[in-house]
Design a protein around this ligand. Structure first.
Ligand SMILES: [Zn+2]
Length: 282
């Protein structure tokens, strides 16, 4: 998945670094990121040529430092073009694509919080942490992280997959939805699954999580079992289809990019928590 950069280490500690020639530049505009392509088709990020006040230090991966081009004038460099940030989901190298995603989240956050939401004064950078502070009323805001739940609902040897209506991606996926205020993860799972497919679930098991900066988010993955005797009633405002698939009807997903796809692949290969438990019990 996009955050699989090991053995490299992501360091998001807030540090007041100044740009130097050779540091990498993350520049965005209207949902696009400035990149070039190497001879092997891999992503190439521009590098700082001349230090500028418009470059803001974000984070580093090992010894590589990433700076955000943080002004309304687009950063331009010969051989580099602004392309949809979608390319970051599937391209290599993984560390620059991951940096491009996290940078995109911070880019949106800085742009969307230029003024104080309480008194409308211009916000300033905190000097001690990654935060914006209002010099008039003292309001402090931190980077927005919106959690969403991904839940693979199973029933014995079957998994429930859905297709969303009116979206570009037309493949089958597991259920997913943003958390709402006042909910636990489990509350969101029960509500989302009931809203989307009309069934109750039990025996909820945590699987793992994936930072997903494209939607300012974090995806949190769970497996859940359908209650006995539940009938699928798809919400056709949101879904075009919802149906049970047998394990052997699933196609192999190589190098899954999405958390839900990785969970589908675990189910297909009998490595989901319920299948593993039942094989241990035998
Ligand atoms: Zn204020």
């Amino acid at each position: 998945m996009i955050n699989s950069i090991a053995p490299k280490i992501f360091n998001n500690r807030f540090e007041p670094h100044q740009p130097e020639a050779g540091d990498k530049v993350l520049a965005y505009t209207n949902g696009k990121i400035l990149i070039g392509f190497g001879n092997d088709g891999s992503v190439v990020l521009p590098r700082v040529k001349q230090p500028s006040d418009s470059l803001r230090y974000l984070f580093s991966i090992d010894d590589t430092r990433y700076f955000l081009w943080d002004t309304d004038f687009p950063y331009e460099e010969k051989g580099f073009d602004y392309v949809s940030h979608f390319v970051l989901r599937t391209m290599k190298p993984q560390d620059d694509c991951f940096a491009g995603m996290v940078g995109y989240q911070l880019y949106n956050w800085y742009r969307n919080h230029r003024y104080c939401g309480k008194c409308a004064s211009q916000m300033t950078d905190s000097l001690k942490e990654r935060a914006l502070v209002c010099p008039e009323c003292g309001l402090t805001v931190y980077p927005t992280i919106s959690p969403a739940i991904v839940v693979a609902v199973t029933r014995g040897d079957e998994i429930l997959l859905t297709r969303y209506a009116g979206r570009e991606y037309q493949g089958y996926a597991v259920n997913a939805g943003f958390m709402e205020i006042g909910e636990t993860d489990e509350d969101t799972i029960r509500r989302e699954v009931m809203e989307e497919v009309g069934i109750r679930v039990k025996d909820i098991r945590y699987y793992g999580s994936l930072p997903w900066g494209f939607d300012s988010g974090i995806l949190i993955g769970y497996f859940a079992k359908a209650e006995d005797g539940e009938e699928v009633k798809a919400d056709h405002n949101e879904l075009s289809e919802a149906k049970w698939f047998k394990r052997d009807e699933l196609k192999e997903i190589k190098d899954p990019v999405f958390l839900g796809a990785e969970m589908m692949e675990l189910f297909r290969t009998g490595n989901d928590p319920y299948s593993k438990e039942s094989s241990c019990a035998r």
